[in-house]
Design a protein around this ligand. Structure first.
Ligand code: NDP
Ligand code: MG
Ligand code: MG
Length: 340
């Protein structure tokens, strides 16, 4: 069974007299930096000279330098810039990695697919909160925690796990539970999950359902409510009490219809596609494609992203959401899109 750590399992003295450099002040970066600062840790934020994030970090009383400057003074360097720029930023900090330093990540992509190859004299760890950064911050402020993953890729000091746990505690993850994993498992399950279920699968399901209804002559408004708006209510029930609570809450008609029809949507063909997508993740084919796409300036990404924004369901949804009385009272939207 998977090892899960809580606050009592953590010895925070492993981060005593340690300076932590947080590279990037975006979704995860601001949350880690502020939570650690409030946990009493000496934190520096690493940003490029002309960074748009600089003012926000300084306003919170954080000391800001370039990635190279803060890496030089820190013993733990937490790489929280976007995955696609991490290998370039790493070039700047590599000369400042000293014996026994820790290179810390929140996602294992660049290490697992060898885009960053750290020297043997440093520890390489991952503390990956399983939530968007704004929630990592908000939960901490409300004396709550965010579950997280801990993985050790390289342990030169013999203390990589303990130091990783101290980091996890300092950002609030140990309040909710820290699950031990590996870089490989974190990367492969994360990519598979976001592609097949969370981001890719669910949006394609919504669009296909919507288009089927509209193509059959039903109103776009009715199709929007059935295929997109109600999804939140269904997901909330699954989140609270699993599939059972959801099935118990819908009508018997919905339960019978869903149980007899769901597997016709996600049929053997769909499952074969899932296996194929998993293989592309495992083989590195997906990572290679994504790295190459970034190297040529993201032409395909730009085009498909725009096509998604232009989908009819977006226009219909925006109009309908504007009519909801409760729209104004909705939770504040995160500053950064919770990509994963
Ligand atoms: P963001 O996109 O929010 O990071 C933006 C920050 O990085 C900004 O401060 C930006 O500053 C800085 N930055 C961007 N480009 C550069 C550059 N070339 N050099 C220096 N700084 C730069 O990142 P996330 O927080 O989304 O992701 C960080 C890591 O956390 C990733 O590994 C991601 O996979 C992981 N993760 C993210 C989650 C999330 O909730 N988003 C969830 C779990 C893990 P500037 O103003 O200079 O552009
Ligand atoms: Mg219904
Ligand atoms: Mg992800």
């Amino acid at each position: 069974t998977t090892q899960v750590y809580y606050e009592d399992d953590v010895d925070e003295s492993y981060l005593e007299d340690t300076t932590v450099a947080v590279l990037g002040y975006g979704s995860q970066g601001h949350a880690h930096a502020l939570n650690m600062q409030e946990s009493g840790i000496d934190v520096r934020v690493g940003l490029r000279e002309d960074s748009s994030s600089r003012a926000a970090a300084e306003e919170e009383g954080l000391e800001v330098g370039t990635p190279a400057e803060v890496a030089q003074v820190a013993e733990v360097i937490s790489v929280l810039v976007p995955d696609t720029v991490q290998s370039a930023v790493y070039e700047e900090i590599e000369p400042h990695l000293e014996d026994g330093d820790t290179l810390q990540f929140a996602h294992g992509l660049n290490i697992h697919y060898n885009q960053i190859q750290p020297p043997e004299h440093v520890d390489v760890t991952m503390v990956a909160p399983k939530s968007p950064g704004h929630l990592v911050r908000r939960n901490y402020e409300n004396d709550q925690g965010t579950p997280g993953l801990l993985a050790v890729y390289q342990d030169t000091t013999g203390e990589a796990t303990e130091r990783g746990l101290a980091y996890a505690k300092a950002i609030g993850c140990a309040r909710a539970g820290v699950l031990e994993t590996t870089f490989q498992e974190e990367v492969e399950t994360d990519l598979f999950g976001e592609q097949v279920v969370l981001c890719g699968g669910v949006t394609s399901l919504v669009k296909a359902g919507y288009e089927t209804l509209v193509d059959a002559g039903y109103s776009p408004e009715a199709a929007y409510f059935e295929c997109m708006n109600e999804l939140k209510l269904i997901v909330d029930l699954m989140y609270e009490g699993g599939l059972s609570e959801m099935w118990d809450s819908v009508s018997d008609t919905a339960e019978y219809g869903g149980l007899t029809r769901g597997d016709r949507v996600i049929d053997d063909n769909a499952r074969e596609n899932m296996e194929e997508i998993l293989e592309e993740v495992q083989s590195g084919e997906f990572a290679g494609e994504w790295i190459a796409e970034n190297q040529v300036g993201r032409p395909k990404y730009t085009q498909i992203r725009q096509a998604e924004k232009d989908h009819e369901i977006e226009e219909v949804g925006e109009r309908l959401r504007g009519l909801f009385a409760w729209a104004d009272e909705q939770e504040e939207k995160p500053a950064e899109a919770p990509a994963d």
